[in-house]
Design a protein around this ligand. Structure first.
Ligand code: FAD
Length: 409
């Protein structure tokens, strides 16, 4: 055998598995047909968060005078925004490449295919391996009648290559990707319309989270059509099932992702390839579970949607519970810090039973950070009474957790 492990795919699942296995002394070959870091690094998590940060800076500049700051530079150059995103991605990717190399992983930059459970072929060379790990990721899902053409109908990959912003965009789907792009476009003044097949925006979230986001969108002038979808497109005029006609400059289809999974018995499949929860942290923890034997609580995999305000949740939602659970909701306006930051829209909602927390749903600045305190309590079954003994700093968003649990009767 040439190597003990042959890993196909250098995204979060593949590189996490590769680094851990190599550090344990195993010989590892990793095949990557594109760039190390996968979707997450090159066309997913990192580039969108860089765009979101630029959008946030731009939005804040527009409110600067309210805070006593004179800001004369209220314009932006989208090409430079995109350039900053590229630089950020490149910097992080370079660090990752070094980590993978230093761990002792042999990386082959080529498309690989599986011949049998012990043979991988790349660039006409056969690699004999004891175990194959497929971590090939996923690709943007195409919908009938909305096939990507890279110009009018864009995928989440295509949208990263925009050189200039459109005047208007129709976003199909209001999951995390659709929501983050709606926020980026809207912050830069693009007219945004969303169509969502489900009854509410962000259908996987707690219903009250969805409804609050709908309210925030109305305030921001982001249009949305629920229980609706694209029926047909004629001469760039989009007709929705409801009869509404829209003429967007571009369409972004953000309707989920299709797993890429090689068909072969007796191999291990990790990350998006599995078609389970398609998130980078899920891929990373799956790879850690496989390589280090550290299990993780899959039912408590956190969901985060970035932008202003952040949305974060884990555990049971309103739609999942009966009357035996208690619900409490703390408005973010209760927190002094939110007034200082002009970020008062949102809430911390907890679902509890018998002194334990079963669900946490937050809309707030720093929601992603807040959620982890609650996750720890949920995962480790720390009672609400015990959590109350913790001293939360003031003024923070975190003290909202304390305020919220103090409201539980
Ligand atoms: C716009 C967007 C934003 C996102 N934001 C977030 C976020 O904020 N947080 C979050 O947790 N998740 C986010 N995700 C999801 C996240 O990117 C994925 O869940 C994560 O990248 C999955 O990791 P993976 O290793 O399974 O697959 P991938 O990251 O997709 O990596 C798979 C790799 O395999 C390579 N590959 C495939 N086939 C072959 C082959 N035959 N030979 C060689 N190489 C091959 C691909 O080139 C790719 O590099 C986002 C996704 C998108 C699209």
């Amino acid at each position: 055998m040439d190597f003990e492990y042959g890993i196909i795919g250098g995204g979060p699942a593949g590189y996490t598995a590769g680094i851990n296995l190599a550090k344990q002394g195993h010989s590892v070959v990793l095949f990557e047909k594109n760039k190390l870091g996968g979707t997450c690094m090159n066309s997913g998590c990192i580039p969108t968060k860089s765009f979101l940060h630029s959008a946030e800076i731009f939005s804040n500049l527009q409110k600067a005078e309210e805070y006593g700051i004179k800001a004369d530079f209220t314009d932006f150059n989208f090409a430079l925004v995109a350039e900053k995103k590229d630089k950020t991605v490149e910097k992080i990717r370079k660090a990752l490449e070094l980590t993978v190399k230093n761990a002792g992983v042999k990386t082959i930059y080529a498309e690989a295919c599986i011949k049998d459970k012990n043979t991988v072929i790349a660039e006409n060379t056969e690699y004999k391996v004891q175990h194959i790990i497929a971590a090939c990721g996923s690709k943007p899902k195409e919908l009938k009648g909305l096939e990507f053409d890279g110009e009018f109908i864009l995928s989440s990959d295509d949208v990263l290559n925009l050189k200039k912003l459109p005047e208007s965009v129709l976003i199909v789907g209001s999951g995390a990707i659709g929501t983050e792009w709606a926020r980026i476009f809207s912050a830069f003044g693009v007219e945004v319309t969303i169509t969502e097949l489900a009854e509410h925006l962000i259908p996987t979230a707690d219903i009250e989270v969805s409804k609050r986001i709908e309210r925030i969108y109305k305030q921001k002038g982001i249009k949305f059509y629920l229980n609706d979808c694209v029926e047909k497109i004629e001469n760039k005029t989009v007709k929705l099932k409801s009869g509404t006609e829209i003429t967007p400059e571009i369409i972004l289809v953000a309707a989920g992702r299709t797993p890429i999974c090689p068909v072969c018995n007796d191999i291990t499949v990790l990350g998006d390839s599995c078609g389970e929860i398609q998130l980078a942290h899920y891929a990373i923890h799956q790879a850690k579970e496989y390589t280090l034997g550290i299990p993780f609580e899959k039912k408590l995999t956190p969901s985060v949607i970035y932008g202003e305000p952040e949305i974060a949740w884990a555990g049971l939602r309103e739609q999942d519970i009966d009357e035996s659970y208690t619900k409490i909701m703390l408005p973010i306006t209760a927190l002094g810090k939110s007034w200082c930051d002009d970020a008062t829209d949102g809430f911390i909602k907890l679902i509890t039973k018998n002194d334990l927390i079963y669900g946490a749903h937050i809309i707030s600045k720093e929601a992603s950070a807040l959620l982890h305190t609650l996750l720890l309590a949920m995962q480790q079954k720390i009672t609400v009474d015990k959590l109350k003994e913790m001293c939360f700093a003031h003024p923070t968003y975190s003290e909202g957790i304390f305020e919220a649990i103090c409201r539980i009767k």
